[in-house]
Design a protein around this ligand. Structure first.
Ligand code: GDP
Ligand code: MG
Length: 554
């Protein structure tokens, strides 16, 4: 395993240390860090490859064994230094005394995270290993792709696993290590297809062929072609490794012995010998290649990472600036400080309601919001006017049939006129009150946002400010509602300046002469009354509507 040359040490270590440090600082919560994810169909040999790379036994067997993503952080120690292991997940951390404990601890962790069943979980189990026998690498082992659910698994287990894998390999920062056994048709493997989906050019996909000892006799040259990148070309190419088969595991062949066996296997193999000579076979060569790829990838990702970190830093700084230095510790100074904060906010709140510029930099859209509300209201009044015209025609003819007494057609009844006007006005009252409430709600929301943005870091002040705002709003809204209702009461007393009304009526009469008169009015026997009534009502309502009546604009 020590095939990594000393010269890499200088280039490799700083890069990997940097990323591991960023990871341990929790940067990964905000930014994706370069990593290698291992994917493959179930039983393709993923865990075996990881095992060979890390030198520790991992849970293996039939069915889904890897049920959570497993992050394997390996750090190479100097020769002679002691082995170190640590497992962590959620809030749990435990140092491991010896490599043989790893398998059991991972199984325990999976049981805790997923339960004893056969389901899977997104929760990450993190395993740190430091030893002279591991490469400097961080790998993520993912559950294998299955197509059929076994008993106890949810029907969509295949979909769940695919989603989990996609989430991991989608990121630009991740290299996908696609594990494919030599004894299956590589073109049909789901894992390679998934990697191609997220990385069509194969820029960050590396193929690993396993089980070369199980290859179908006669298809060896095919495998050689694949490794030579002639079948499904990938920019990062392919490697071939032989791990412990079930028989070797049963016979308790150790991992180091397995490595020797592997080397012997390739050296003696009639077809794969060339691959060994070209450096494209064996686990140590894979380790070397992966480390270099990871370092290369890290170097390529660093400018982007730097940019993202700078951006994040700027945001965080801006947030910090808003918090300023916090309240001073001295009691008197603190009082002054808080008074300043509160009066600055109050000033801004007043400016906000007046549509003036705010000192705190918060951009309010309150007036454009309100303008929108009033535009809608104006439209409602207009529509109500049009409906009114309709109703007048209906009701006036009703009146004619039912109520006309001694008077000759054309003499309008003032009581009917008044009742109609009143009903029309009454209809606007509730919507007007509702509009008032909508507007008051909008203003409250804006004030809440102002409080939140100008009192950042003072949750109690924000809460108090909100309570006060709500208080004031409730009071003011009640006052406004009373005034509005009073206004409607007044409008119910039919009265308008005689001159305005007379002018409107005269105008309407002139218009009527010019216009072709409504056929209903002309042909009806009660036409004269209706026509006359319409003139009066329309003139009055026009006087009442916004353009004619200043009170409605307020
Ligand atoms: P995973 O489901 O992809 O993690 O696959 P495992 O690593 O658990 O391997 C599945 C089976 O294949 C195990 O029984 C391994 O012993 C066996 N296996 C893995 N690699 C090789 C190999 O190179 N040669 C042989 N003969 N068997 C292998
Ligand atoms: Mg596995």
């Amino acid at each position: 395993m020590n095939s990594l040359n000393q010269q890499y040490e200088e280039k490799v270590r700083p890069c990997i240390d940097l990323i591991d440090k960023l990871r341990s600082l929790g940067v990964e919560k905000d930014l994706a860090l370069p990593a290698i994810a291992v994917i493959g169909d179930q039983s393709s040999g993923k865990s075996s490859v990881l095992e060979a790379l890390s030198g520790v036994a991992l849970p293996r067997g039939v069915g889904i064994v890897t049920r959570c993503p497993l992050e394997l952080k390996m750090t190479r120690k100097k020769k002679g230094e002691a082995w170190y292991g640590k497992i962590s997940y959620r809030d749990y951390n435990e140092e491991l005394k010896k490599p043989s404990l790893v398998e059991k601890k991972i199984r325990e962790a999976q049981d805790k995270l997923v339960g004893n069943g056969t389901g899977i979980s997104n929760d990450l189990i993190s395993l740190e290993i430091a030893s002279p026998d591991v490469p400097d690498l961080t790998l993520i082992d993912l559950p294998g792709i299955t197509r059929v659910a076994v008993s106890g698994q949810s029907e969509d287990i295949g979909e769940q696993i695919k989603r989990l894998i996609q989430n991991n390999i989608r990121k630009q920062e991740t290299i996908s290590l696609v594990v494919v056994p030599c004894n299956v048709d590589i073109a049909t493997t789901e894992a390679l297809r998934m990697a191609q989906q997220v990385d069509p050019e194969g820029e960050r996909t590396l193929g690993v062929l396993t089980k070369p000892d199980l290859v179908d006799k006669g298809t060896e040259e095919n495998v050689v072609k694949i490794v030579h990148n002639e079948v499904i070309p990938l920019k990062k190419g392919y490697m071939v490794v032989k791990c412990r088969g079930q028989k070797e595991i049963t016979e308790k062949v150790s991992l180091s012995e397995a490595l020797k066996n592997e080397e012997a296997f390739f050296k003696e193999h009639a077809h794969f010998q060339t691959l060994f000579d070209e450096g494209q076979a064996t686990v140590p060569k894979l380790a070397e290649k992966l480390t270099l790829e990871l370092v290369h990838h890290i170097q390529k990702s660093l400018p982007r990472l730097d940019e993202q970190i700078q951006k994040k830093l700027k945001q965080t700084r801006a947030n910090l600036d808003k918090l300023s230095n916090g309240p001073p510790s001295d009691a008197i100074e603190r009082l002054g400080f808080l008074i300043d904060r509160v009066s600055a906010f109050t000033q801004d709140a007043i400016s906000l309601t007046k549509g003036e510029e705010l000192k705190c930099g918060y951009k309010s859209s309150i007036f454009s919001l309100l303008r929108g509300q009033f535009a809608v209201w104006r439209e409602a009044i207009e529509t109500s006017g049009t409906n009114f015209n309709w109703n007048i025609q209906r009701e006036v003819s009703q009146y004619e049939r039912k109520y006309r007494g001694r008077e000759l057609p054309g003499f309008i009844n003032y009581k009917t006129f008044e009742a109609m006007i009143q009903e029309q006005i009454k209809q606007l009252e509730e919507p007007a009150v509702q509009k008032l409430k909508d507007v008051s709600e909008l203003v409250k929301k804006e004030l809440f946002e102002l409080a939140q943005s100008s009192l950042v870091g003072f949750p109690n002040l924000i809460r108090t400010a909100m309570l006060k705002i709500e208080d004031i709003r409730t009071k003011r809204e009640a006052e406004a509602e009373a005034i509005l209702r009073m206004q409607f009461q007044m409008e119910l007393i039919v009265y308008t300046q005689d001159t305005t009304y007379s002018q409107m009526l005269a105008k309407r009469k002139r218009e009527d002469k010019e216009e072709a008169v409504n056929s209903l009015v002309n042909n009806n026997s009660s036409g004269a009354t209706l026509k006359e009534m319409l003139k009066h009502l329309k003139s009055y309502y026009q006087d009442f509507r916004p353009e004619g009546h200043p009170a409605c604009d307020r």
